[in-house]
Design a protein. Structure first.
Length: 382
């Protein structure tokens, strides 16, 4: 939480910049559409800018929420170089201009066995430590390279698997660490800063060890410090298959879905996206209408997209009533909250999946097909 708190100062500034761009490009697009001499290509360009800025705003919110609640992310692989680039830009707001950030990344794509949020936590702690070591400015360097066990020191080689690893290095040109302190830096609650809990590097080590990796440290007083993290690499065929799957947007096959959403704008958007994907869509504006519509069309509806927070009749009660009508009904829960823990009274275990808002066409399509395509295998799509 100490490291997360260091991000807050620049967040409002960045978010306001994103909103300024979204509002401005939207107004320009509307002006083009309303003008008799509007340029269609320019309108499309403005709308693409709106989409890009909106995605950046969504990712910013999710990064903050997941850094506070890493248990909500279940991903087990991470495209390391892409993450380092994005996260370094994300952390730029916490680094003084007197510190130069230098990225020296391996030319080839590298996928590691790790939850991306845990990798972000490791980077966050190491980068902020490097920042604190250079109060007068300096250079922060992040380096990645593929390495093999044969190149490791003999002491290390006895503890690793025979497989490729990546060495992720975070180096600074700061004050360095004295020899008497160096052996203690990973001890829980040990700190030389005078503030904080002293848990940052201890957590970093635990995360890295949990994935079968380890950390080496080089430091010389007055010359700076380098942290070298060794992480197992995922075999390339697995990484490529994952990338190919992400690029495709699975279409519907005319299945009938029931969309339950009390916000008129989100309801209209959801209906349009679902129809564009090739589904037939029934809609309900609240829980009571959802129960009535499903009761009339239960033989047709293959999946219910249920907003968790609804007025009058709660999403939990709607789910219970739908299950009473048809115990085999498939339900994809949707929420604008960043964590399921914030809605403790909703029976998440009784759903067939959940989808975070804001969602885009691709994430919506994947969530739907994940449920519908497994229908023949089991009554639930988990």
């Amino acid at each position: 939480m100490e490291a997360l708190g260091a991000l807050t100062a620049g967040i409002a500034h960045d978010f306001n910049n994103l909103l300024t761009g979204i509002l401005g490009f939207t107004e320009l697009a509307l002006a083009q559409l309303e003008s008799e001499h509007g340029d269609r290509d320019e309108t499309v360009l403005h709308l693409h800018q709106v989409l890009t800025l909106s995605q950046r705003a969504r990712d910013l919110v999710r990064q903050l929420l997941l850094l506070g609640r890493p248990e909500e992310s279940t991903e087990r692989t991470c495209a390391l170089n892409a993450l380092v680039k994005d996260f370094a830009a994300f952390l730029r707001r916490t680094i003084p201009e007197s510190i130069q950030i230098e990225l020296d990344l391996a030319p080839e794509a590298i996928t590691i066995e790790a939850n991306p949020i845990h990798v972000q936590q490791v980077l966050l702690n190491l980068i902020l430590n490097a920042r604190d070591a250079m109060p007068q400015g300096g250079r922060l360097r992040i380096h990645t390279e593929r390495v093999w066990p044969e190149t490791f020191r003999a002491l290390i080689r006895t503890r690793v698997q025979h497989r490729p690893y990546v060495r992720l290095s975070v180096s600074d040109t700061g004050a360095g660490i004295t020899p008497d302190i160096l052996p203690r830096i990973f001890d829980p609650f040990f700190t030389t800063k005078g503030t904080g809990t002293g848990l940052g590097l201890s957590i970093v080590r635990e995360i890295v060890h949990s994935y079968g990796g380890w950390i080496e440290v080089e430091s010389e007083p007055g010359q700076g410090t380098s942290f070298h993290i060794f992480w197992p690499i995922v075999e390339e065929p697995t990484a490529r298959a994952s990338t190919d799957a992400e690029e495709q947007i699975p279409a519907g096959g005319g299945e009938t879905l029931l969309l339950v959403e009390d916000d008129p704008t989100i309801l209209r958007l959801g209906q349009s996206l679902l129809e564009r994907l090739g589904y037939r869509v029934l809609i309900a504006h609240d829980g009571r209408e959802a129960i009535e519509v499903y009761a009339r069309h239960r033989e047709e509806v293959r999946l219910v997209l249920l907003d968790v927070v609804l007025p009058e009749i709660s999403g939990a009660h709607v789910l219970e009533e739908l299950r009473r009508i048809n115990p085999q009904v498939r339900i994809l829960a949707m929420t604008g909250y960043g964590s399921k823990d914030q809605l403790t009274d909703f029976p998440w275990e009784a759903t067939d999946g959940w989808l975070l808002k804001p969602y885009d066409l691709q994430s919506l399509a994947r969530a739907l097909r994940q449920c519908l395509d497994r229908e023949k295998e089991s009554p639930h799509c988990r």
